[in-house]
Design a protein around this ligand. Structure first.
Ligand code: ZN
Length: 375
């Protein structure tokens, strides 16, 4: 079954399509559009939020935290935060050991040109490697959530330490869309369950985000998430040219390819083992926000992602993760699994769906998160 309005198809497990031929991801997009309607006052709404943040941050060194990866969206979100909204962000970067040279130079040049302080948290490599390896051996597709959860934890940890109440990130539902849960599921207990079964050593030095952290940072500290790019018109080419012209910023070829590990996952591992093409979520989001025609998107998706250095990339990643070619071949042949095969918070959180919905109403959690997990 394919959705009539986007690229989501039978490769998405459990894809529900209504009688009009519309999938739940298109529906979720409409929900988001209602909340973040672009028009005369959408930027005013963002400015209003910024002026509230400025007031609160008056006697502090920083107004907010901005997560940066050197990629397009987080770089642009940092630019919007500092130059357009006039806030004083502290840029935070989580280094998982797979940064490309381009991403490092992008981060440094954008921060220094705008006089923004940068704090980099370097993940404990041995622990990070062991956790990421365990995801490969568990035969699940979400091998890169160890990075995502590390970024998440680091931003909240630093916000807490610096007494900052706002965490900004560069996600935009118009350019990125929602990854199906079966493709990318993120939760601290999921990491623990997989590690217990397939990992070695312990998780003490891993930047995990557990339910305790959620209670600490969200309920007790009331740290809010702001997604500034949801409020503004986003034109891919314009964004890239703004970054290039102002910050000697370099593009790395494709969305998410700023990290060699993510590049490996998206363009090699996921398509090969799971028949997952994550370009579908990005392109579908762009179709829904009328940035690309569905025919053009279909044409793009029919072409395999080209990696000019495929063998090198594979050797580099496997070497770094201490996975032998033989082990990797076995992993490729193993039966595919996902978060549903492991113990996670999902079964517990389902009972608190209503509370989570309320948290999005008071803007403590982004609505997109609720839609991803419970729509
Ligand atoms: Zn759809």
């Amino acid at each position: 079954m394919n959705c009539k309005f986007c690229l989501m198809d039978e490769t998405v497990g459990n894809l529900k399509i209504d009688s009009q031929g519309e999938c739940k991801y298109c529906k979720a997009h409409k929900e988001m559009e209602k909340e973040y309607q672009l028009g005369d006052n959408s930027f005013d709404r963002l400015k209003e939020i910024a002026s509230k943040i400025k007031k609160e941050g008056k006697h502090k060194k920083y107004d907010c935290i901005c997560g940066v990866s050197g990629g397009r969206d987080s770089s642009y979100a940092l630019y919007v935060t500092k130059k357009i909204l006039g806030l004083r962000p502290l840029a935070v970067h989580f280094d998982n050991g797979f940064n490309s040279e381009i991403s490092v130079s992008n981060i440094h040049s954008i921060c220094s040109k705008m006089n923004i302080d940068l704090e980099t948290k370097v993940a404990d490599w041995e622990t990070f490697k062991n956790v990421t390896r365990s995801f490969f051996f568990a035969s699940v597709p979400d091998v890169d959530i160890t990075t995502d959860i590390g970024i998440f934890k680091t931003m909240y940890e630093i916000a807490h330490r610096e007494k900052i109440n706002y965490v900004f990130n560069g996600h935009s539902f118009r350019t990125e869309g929602l990854d199906p849960l079966e493709w990318t599921y993120m939760d601290g207990l999921y990491i623990k369950s997989i590690f217990r079964k397939y990992g070695k050593g312990n998780l003490k030095k891993f930047d995990n985000f557990t339910i305790k952290d959620l209670i600490k940072y969200k309920f007790l500290r009331n740290i809010k998430t702001v997604l500034p790019l949801n409020f503004i018109e986003y034109d891919n080419d314009k964004v890239i040219s703004t970054l290039k012209e102002n910050f000697d910023w370099n593009y790395y070829g494709s969305h998410h390819h700023e990290s060699t590990f993510t590049k490996f996952c998206i363009s090699y591992y996921l398509p090969k083992k799971f028949n997952i093409d994550r370009r579908k979520t990005d392109l579908s989001a762009m179709i829904r926000s009328k940035k690309i025609k569905i025919e053009k998107a279909r044409e793009l998706i029919s072409k395999k992602v080209k990696i000019d250095d495929e063998e090198n990339l594979l050797d580099f990643v496997l070497n770094k993760l201490d996975i032998s070619k033989k082990e990797f071949d076995e992993i490729l042949k193993k039966e595919n699994k996902n978060f549903k095969n492991f113990f996670t918070y999902y079964d517990i959180l389902k009972y608190f769906k209503f509370i989570i919905h309320l948290m999005t109403k008071i803007k403590l959690l982004p609505k997109i998160l609720y839609l991803k997990y419970f729509s």
